[in-house]
Design a protein around this ligand. Structure first.
Ligand code: APR
Ligand code: PHB
Length: 391
């Protein structure tokens, strides 16, 4: 077995792991990232594309924000569409903040390029990663690379390996508590090189189901329709998608719709999930390894960034002699996670069709939307959550 050592071993080279590695490097802390897939596979994942100011600031702090500022689309607001009406939520007027529309794939690419450019070690296609002695002061990780067994000794392990990773399940079942809600529908997403119907993201509550109009650039659109959990992506031709998407748009937006061949099409389930605690011994969880939100509020990447910002600061404090930050990490991270879980659950519940919950639920949605359009106080509450609550 080949043995090596680092200060912080990071499992997972998604946005959380890569951003943590970049922030640790800036603090002079060594890390090794172990990723089970290839870099190409990681970059092939199409995910959401809205960054809160906190995420932008952390990317800037990590020295990774240049392309984001060149190519990201800054939005002052977003659109709520229901009953054939379009209601704009003016984020900047209500909160003084904005959001940046910039694909998660591009964030991941920028972070990968930064890490490679700095010569920092990332082991792709690391097999059978397993965590050991996380309750001791000398944790270590075993894995296999090119058929050779490896051992990585470290001071700390950051579990940034997503919902299906090994880190969360390395916490003893007697310690770990999980909370979950699975939604009775999915999102069918389509990416196409067509001009978007709006430069501000539009969320649609329609009797046929939820729809979302987002974008990646002035020439690339990202659209979604709520679909049945039983649907398979092969059930949906491009024409079927465009017809359904158009049917859920109000006339003023449908008139702007440009269709074209999909360059990506996929169905994602929706769930709310939180694991507590986010720290056990020398293991810290960050990002999807610890929590999942329905994508309605675009909080997934932003929560991962917030976790990593807190964790990088806490680890830097440890190496400067204080464990106050790492001892408080789980509490602080979870306080923000649960508020984002609430907002994402509320927004999902307000905007989607729940066929099994009958007409009363539909009336509650309409009352909520009517109140939202008539109340600056409610709009401010929604805007504060959408632009991101403080760390
Ligand atoms: N060993 C090594 N790597 C692993 C393992 C394992 N056993 N299991 C999973 N991984 C890797 C995955 O291949 C993936 O590249 O960990 C990475 C986790 O990345 P993400 O799932 O993207 O999670 P995270 O970095 O927390 O980013 C959260 O990404 O999934 C979206 O919606 C989510 O926007 C949110 C953001
Ligand atoms: C996206 O651009 O993919 C996107 C935007 C906003 C959301 C979810 C997804 O709420």
């Amino acid at each position: 077995m080949s043995v090596s050592r680092t200060q912080v071993a990071i499992v997972g080279a998604g946005p959380a792991g890569l951003l943590l590695g970049a922030l640790l490097a800036k603090a002079g802390i060594a890390s090794v990232i172990l990723e089970q897939r290839s870099a190409e596979y990681v970059l092939g994942r199409i995910r959401a594309g809205v960054l809160e100011q906190i995420a932008v600031d952390l990317l800037d702090e990590a020295g990774v924000g240049a392309r984001l500022h060149r190519e990201g689309l800054v939005d002052d607001g977003f659109l709520l569409v229901f009953g054939g009406r379009v209601q704009r939520i003016d984020l900047h007027a209500l909160t003084g903040k904005r959001v940046v529309v910039y694909g998660q794939t591009e964030v991941t690419r920028d972070l990968m390029d930064h890490r490679a450019g700095a010569g920092l070690p990332t082991v792709y296609e690391a097999e059978d990663v397993a965590l050991h002695d996380i309750e001791s002061g000398r944790p270590w990780i075993s894995y296999r690379k090119d058929g050779v067994e490896q051992r990585l000794d470290c001071d700390f392990i950051a579990g940034c390996d997503g919902f299906h990773g090994v880190s969360r399940t390395s916490i003893p079942a007697s310690v770990l508590r999980t909370f979950e809600k699975v939604y009775p529908f999915g999102w069918l997403g389509l990416l196409a090189d067509v001009a978007p119907i709006s430069h501000e993201i539009a969320y649609v509550n329609h009797t046929r189901g939820f729809a979302l109009a987002s974008l990646r650039s002035p020439t690339r659109s990202r659209y979604y329709v709520q679909c049945a959990l039983s649907d398979r992506v092969e059930d949906w031709s491009d024409d079927a998608f465009w017809a359904e998407f158009r049917a859920r748009l109000p006339d003023e937006l449908a008139a702007k719709l440009v269709t074209g061949p999909s360059i990506e099409k996929s169905i994602a389930p929706l769930r709310s999930f939180v694991a507590e605690p986010m720290r056990h011994g020398r293991l810290f969880l960050a990002g999807d390894a610890a929590h999942i939100v329905p994508p309605t509020g675009a909080k997934g990447l932003n929560l991962a960034a917030g976790d990593v910002g807190l964790l990088a600061q806490a680890l830097a404090e440890h190496y400067r002699g204080s464990d106050a930050g790492i001892d408080d990490y789980s509490r602080r991270a979870l306080a923000r996670v649960w508020k984002a879980e609430r907002f994402s659950w509320w927004f999902t519940t307000m905007m989607h069709r729940f066929p099994d919950e009958g007409e009363f639920a539909e009336r509650m949605q309409r009352a909520e939307l009517d109140y939202l359009t008539s109340s600056r106080a409610m709009q401010t509450a929604v805007a504060e959550n959408y632009v991101g609550l403080p760390l």
